[in-house]
Design a protein around this ligand. Sequence first.
Ligand SMILES: Cc1ncc(COP(=O)(O)O)c(C=O)c1O
Length: 399
Amino acid sequence: MSPPLSKFAQSVGGSTVVGMRRQADALEATGMNVVDFGIGEPDFAAPPPVQEAAIKAIRDGHGNYIDPTGLVELRETIAEFEADQHGLHVGVDQITVTPGSYGGLSLITRALLDPEDEVLVIEPGWGPYKAMVMLTGAKAVGVPMGTRHGRFVIDGERLADAVTEKTRAIIVNTPWNPTGRVLLREELTAVAEISERYDLWIVADEVYSELVYANASHLSVATLGADVADRTVIATSLSKSFAMTGWRLGYCIAPPELSALLARINQYTSRCASSIVQYAAVAALRDGGSFVAAMRQEYSLRRDALADGLNQIAGVECPLPEGTFYAFPQIPEAWGDSREVAAHLLTKAGVLLTPGSAYGPASRHHLRLSFATSLTMIEEGLSRLQDALPPRGEFAGNG
Ligand SMILES: Cc1ncc(COP(=O)(O)O)c(C=O)c1O
């Protein structure tokens, strides 16, 4: 028998998205054709200038370790990009380059938390936040959002009520996976006020910052004022905006003291993000703007088609997503838990999507559908959903 394993590590469960993808793989292996609305990554290739910059970096022999803070030229480019795109003015000493924002968030949780500390994770929320908090031995406390006009919104009172003397941080994500929301100034201000009142860190996940559609605009909580910036750490990446998920390139923006700590932990974690990709990232941030705009335009068309089609299915209510590439419709309680509905749709209709339950109990009766897939697939998927909903028989829930 092997010796025991870490309790913190074992407290972490598997990912629903990955689990459902594996089930879909198994069904496809039997010959079933699956329409994939589960995917959390762009279906585009990285922009050509990025690809060329990576090849050039390889040819120029740039395959060496880089300082754990990141390539200076990249950090300077990030500072310019953040100032131009988000009005965020930061020094190079506030930026740490990481392997994706997974890498960044994992540094952040370790830099901020000790065992027994608590972190407020707003739900519905991206599952890995809880796992990353738990890996440090701290406790992730789920706090449900409120709802307004069928959309999930930040509820400042619920957040304040969940604070204890052990609370160290609140995680916010805008644009918000899975809800498709882009948080409003008033919602971010509520978070900022609570963080100030109780002396908490704000961990701001902004990976979808460039995927915002007409009538919405991305606002970084760190731009609300110098006091807020002093208690905010941003994790973001080029994964979604520049279609570079597998390239693994992200960065954190933090006050200088925390930034230095993040770089120190990075040194003992991955040592540095890939050197080749750091050169490619300079090209993405400098020359990728028109590619991002074209992808956004395409996502916007798909978003309209998907939300329209979902709203035509009896019982399904889908607010128009303001950002990200996820639609998050509500389904009737009578259909049962969204896990059962998702299982029914996969096995009976060949439609892969993610149950809202994966994002916390507040969204038990929601489904997440990614529109990072072609219009043709969206139409095919919608027609299958029309036929398969409402679920009947063994999956019909309690209703
Ligand atoms: C909300 C959110 N944050 C962070 C990530 C991690 O992305 P990456 O590590 O590729 O930057 C994802 C990916 O799905 C996400 O949806």
